[in-house]
Ligand binder design. Sequence first.
Ligand SMILES: Cc1cc2nc3c(=O)[nH]c(=O)nc-3n(C[C@H](O)[C@H](O)[C@H](O)COP(=O)(O)O)c2cc1C
Length: 378
Amino acid sequence: MRTESAPLQSPAPLDLIPPQVRAAQDYETLATDFIEPARLAYVAGGAGHDQTASANRSAFSAWSMLPRVLRDVTAGHTRLSLANENLAHPILLAPVAHQRLVHARAEIETARAAEATQSCMVASTLSSVALEDIARAAGPHKWFQLYFQPQRADTLGLVRRAEQAGFGALVVTLDATLQAPSLRALRAGFRMPPECVAANLRDASRPPELPALQPGDSRIFQGLMRGAPTLQDLEWLLAQTTLPVWIKGVLHAGDAAVLATSGACGLIVSNHGGRTLDGAPSSLQMLPAIRAAVPSRFPLLFDGGVRSGADAFKAIALGADAVMVGRLQVYALSVAGALGVAHMIKLMREELEASMAFAGCATLEEVRADCLTPACMT
Ligand SMILES: Cc1cc2nc3c(=O)[nH]c(=O)nc-3n(C[C@H](O)[C@H](O)[C@H](O)COP(=O)(O)O)c2cc1C
């Protein structure tokens, strides 16, 4: 087994749209030629044995879309309003850390693609490029994803920087309380390469010295989980900012019901792309129960396994207002930088529009559960 991720051996990203890409998902196949194997294992892998990452994908096959006839959709559109922002379409770029793993200009390219396609980009706390630089490259729709830091002063520092840089909302990720290793990445010998530093955290304070574990203490409960955010931390954060705050990483209807009254502007139904609790259900499986647990128009975003416009259609039909795309943006970035990401979004948006047109839906409000039927799984 190798002990270090090999130096980047991938071909340089293209400066054209590859002719073989005809569907958004084609970028996933093509990325294997552009991302060095250990890095690809890190990006593609889920936690543990990939059970949840696989479930995220297969959950979409459990649903079929129902076509309708004689519906006039000539005034159709995909516009929506989220957290006071008017968006042209419901395909957002999920926060994805360390984008320098696949492209030298990293999140700057993704941000340019977001601007070109009128997409909302969510920049990760762990981006390879400073959040101010991402904000300058992105269009008007940009949110900042926040991980609680060990010191509240550092968390607040990130919030203030995001506010000053012009981010329109915060996305607070709550589900990554532990680092859940990907067996696939470990077996491929992945190590984070030195050029992939978390640019936003360069000036963060050293984590406080915590009392040593006592004999009999658990490395997990009394150790690693000491730093996990609590409800008090969330309440504190909500009191610090006037930006709308989304909560990312909700999979349990009971949590959703509580969080819907917390002051957050909306929730993101997500299992972190299967990168946290391996064995958790797919995000799609839990979406209807979460929709039922929150007030009827309470904003819900969705991610986990979205690879096509048809997937986006199904998630919206099952209760999401919009979807976020994680890995597919990385794959498109690796193949053709900003051009690739913009092309991937354009394809996915057209796939969604085609699904809506066939299903007789002129607007996203018309995309409801009765547009789907359980698939015959033979
Ligand atoms: C390589 C990688 C890095 C990620 N980094 C973050 C992150 O920094 N913050 C976060 O909230 N989610 C992060 N995620 C999770 C994504 O935001 C999203 O929930 C997930 O990728 C959606 O599933 P999908 O990849 O199947 O679209 C990351 C996902 C991947 C694949």
